[in-house]
Design a protein around this ligand. Structure first.
Ligand code: GDP
Length: 432
């Protein structure tokens, strides 16, 4: 069922709006400075359609840790949402913080509905028209508290919801889109500067695709690539331009807009939670993944020993990611980047013919059948590949599979067909 995420500064009335949308008084906690709300989904209905509303919590620009915690929630919400409701306080108008948030939201490429909340009367409604300047289209004047405008808002939400899951597999022609991401100081700008000498002017339209002005067209390994959202990296405004919240929303947006992500890690430092969060974003967004261990020039035998242990422990869930050891500073192995990107993208777009897939599967289940459970063993009847980018497989079975056996099938699938650098989705459809 489609997901609608509610995003906005603290005290703009997000909880009240969520209460209004779900149509009943639930224990939605108000924005209280010092209180972190969990990302809670609520079920909502309107005109016979059901959807899920996710309240993302507020964020506190000044409180570092809290900001990071809430940012993590909001970015996941935006990544997983079909529609984003961006709430602004109509009495206050748009603030710098709102404008910064809008830039991030636009990168997410999700439909955004702008709500001018606290529009309690027509005088405020007139004021609210100034919110057109945010560039998110028509502001929807709403009073979450009194209910004014909430019917119109619900209509607008239904209009924005996707009809049915549709799979678009014809990618636009033009350069491949790459996100260069990583926590601050891992060397993103340094790596980008390596390619700067070869950089081309960013033009409005390249071979039928539109290049966002914040993207860079860069020549890597004799091929032109579109590095998504590198404006911040170039101007080195990352830290000045705001909170961690924006940094991570920006990262989420870049990953969403890209086909393949290069996650840069600092080899001289332990793999951190923030590194993990970024990796998770890539996996959950279903993008191809290259992990680049930068600052390899700082790695000595001692560090290498611990790094190997960290990799075993921290990256065990993504053994399929392509890994590179490079140095933006010395240029070591920087030429390996383009081949790694090409390989990851090829895996990402692999389509296994159904006959070949089922031949392999038949042999596999014959050699290693599903363990017997309660006197019976579930059987895999056949498999199809439902899509690419990333490859998605459906197994039709007589009964649900054990999680362990499903992991076994995925491991064997990867051994057989590769998929190096790409996530793979396997879903199981037991026969009714
Ligand atoms: P960003 O915040 O990810 O864009 O990181 P920067 O590119 O600004 O790099 C942060 C710091 O790490 C700077 O002092 C760089 O000179 C340094 N740095 C970047 N790459 C390397 C590398 O490969 N080796 C070493 N020793 N230092 C690096």
């Amino acid at each position: 069922q489609p997901v609608v995420a509610v995003v906005g500064r603290p005290n703009v009335g997000k909880s009240t709006l969520v209460n209004r949308i779900i149509g009943r008084r639930q224990a939605v906690v108000e924005d209280t400075p010092g209180v972190t709300r969990d990302r809670v989904p609520y079920d909502a209905q309107w005109n016979g359609r059901s959807f899920t509303v996710v309240d993302t919590g507020g964020w506190e620009p000044d409180a570092k840790d809290r900001a990071a915690a809430i940012a993590a929630q909001a970015e996941t919400a935006v990544l997983t949402a079909d529609v984003v409701i961006f709430v602004v306080d109509a009495m206050v108008g748009s603030t710098d913080v709102d404008e910064a948030a809008v830039r991030m939201l636009r990168r997410s490429a999700k439909p955004v509905i702008l709500v001018a909340n606290k529009t309690d009367n027509s005088a405020i409604e007139l004021e609210a028209t100034s919110l057109w300047s945010l560039g998110l289209g028509e502001p929807h004047p709403v009073s979450a508290l009194h209910g004014r405008g909430s019917g119109e808002l619900l209509d607008a939400i239904l209009d924005a919801l996707p009809e049915a899951p549709k799979i678009v597999e014809n990618r636009p022609r033009g350069p491949r889109r790459v996100a260069l991401v990583g926590r601050p100081n891992v060397g993103k700008s340094s790596l980008l500067n390596r390619f700067s000498g070869e950089e081309r002017a960013v033009v409005d339209s390249v071979a039928g695709t539109t290049v966002d002005p914040v993207d860079s067209l860069v020549e890597i390994g004799g091929e032109t690539w579109q590095l998504v959202d590198t404006a911040g990296l170039r101007k080195r405004v990352g830290k000045a331009s705001g909170t961690e919240y924006y940094a991570s929303l920006r990262t989420a947006g870049a990953i969403e807009a890209a086909e393949v992500a290069v996650v840069l890690l600092d080899s001289s430092e332990p793999i951190s939670e923030q590194d993990q969060r970024i990796l998770t974003m890539v996996v959950e967004a279903g993008r191809a993944l290259v992990i680049a261990f930068n600052k390899w020039d700082l790695v000595d035998a001692d560090r290498r020993y611990y790094l190997d242990k960290e990799i075993d422990r921290e990256l065990r869930r993504i053994p399929w990611a392509i890994r590179l050891n490079l140095s933006a500073q010395t240029g070591r192995a920087v030429d390996k980047l383009a081949p790694a990107l090409r390989k990851a993208l090829a895996s990402w777009e692999t389509r296994v013919p159904t006959a070949q897939l089922n031949q392999w599967l038949t042999a596999l289940v014959q050699a290693t059948p599903h363990p017997v459970r309660g006197g019976r063993a579930p059987k895999i009847l056949f498999a199809t590949q439902a899509g690419v980018s990333p490859p998605r497989f459906v197994l039709f079975t007589t009964a649900p599979l054990d999680a362990g056996y499903q992991r076994f099938v995925e491991r064997k699938l990867r051994e057989e067909f590769g998929f190096e650098g790409s996530p793979v989705e396997i879903s199981v459809r037991p026969r009714k």
